[in-house]
Design a binder for this molecule. Structure first.
Ligand code: COA
Length: 257
């Protein structure tokens, strides 16, 4: 067991990453470094699907405020969290954030670096950095704006207010919400469904969407064209097409290659 972040390889190709850093899961330098190491490990030898979670009451309370100092320390903090969360976002597999409680500051940014957020009805999101006189430095200004739109991202970041689960769902910050007692089952049901899918095609779909988001529509469509062709180099595409023609939709048993 790791002291600040636990990494578990579950059956069926599901990897569970659990923040276990004390009472509030502050994203200390050690936690951020470990997230970066785990992302590198899961990129070098990818499982089928990744779940990132925290504690039952607190997913993660943000950067470790006790490590803050002046601008020199700030430069290191923001660079290190950007590098680690970019690495997490770039894992070539579907990365699900399971958010049971508070996801504030860097905790919200960690959830936003994942591909999809399943939240408990008790979850609370927010970018409260402004209440400390600073701003989001872990990707929040960029990823929150892409998730909820510029004006809502500005209002959330400028007031520092807490966004409860229902609202998070409505504005696209959370992708689904479920009762707290059903959260783990729902997360695992989705992870299991994804793990049974055509893994390489899933990775290509993720890559096409992510790469396209930083491009013009025309350039993004060229990326799609390239990766669509790439998907036909997989065994799964042969299996999937043949299964459809012989047995109808949704019955293919993929090999993940
Ligand atoms: N970094 C460092 N320490 C933190 C922390 C953080 N981001 N968030 C909370 N803590 C500490 C508190 O100072 C407190 O320390 P203490 O026990 O020595 O007094 C302890 O964790 C528990 O926090 P507390 O506020 O008493 O717990 P709570 O359950 O009432 O509330 C939160 C939990 C997460 C809602 C609340 O702690 C909070 O809002 N934290 C700050 C979030 C934030 O501003 N993040 C952005 C950072 S830039």
């Amino acid at each position: 067991m790791d002291s600040v972040v636990e990494l578990e390889y579950l059956d069926g190709g599901i990897v569970l990453v659990t923040l276990t850093n004390g009472k509030v899961n502050a994203l200390s330098g050690a936690v951020v470094a470990r997230i970066g190491e785990i992302a590198a490990e899961l990129t070098a030898a990818p499982p089928k699907v990744v779940v990132v979670t925290g504690g039952p009451k607190i997913f993660a309370a943000g950067a470790d405020i006790s490590e803050f100092g002046g601008p020199d320390e700030a430069a290191g903090i923001t660079e290190r969290i950007h590098v680690a969360l970019d690495a997490l976002a770039a894992i070539p597999r579907f990365v699900i954030a399971e958010v049971s409680g508070y996801a504030l500051g860097g905790g919200c940014e960690l959830a936003l670096a994942c591909d999809y957020r399943i939240a408990s009805e008790r979850a609370v999101f927010g970018q409260p950095e402004v209440l400390l006189g600073t701003i989001p430095g872990g990707g929040g200004t960029q990823r929150l704006a892409r998730a909820v739109g510029a004006s809502r991202a500005k209002e959330i970041s400028i007031t520092g207010r807490q966004v409860k689960a229902e609202e998070a769902l409505r504005i696209g910050l959370a992708d689904e919400i479920v009762p707290a007692e059903e959260l783990r089952d729902r997360t695992m049901a989705l992870a299991t469904e994804v793990a049974r899918g055509a893994t390489i095609a899933q990775a290509l779909a993720k890559a096409a969407i992510d790469r396209g988001l930083s491009m013009s529509l025309a350039d993004g469509l060229m990326v799609e064209r390239e990766l669509f062709v790439e998907s036909f180099r997989t065994e799964d595409s042969q299996i999937g097409v043949r299964s459809f023609l012989e047995n109808g939709p949704g019955k293919a048993e993929f090999l993940g290659r």
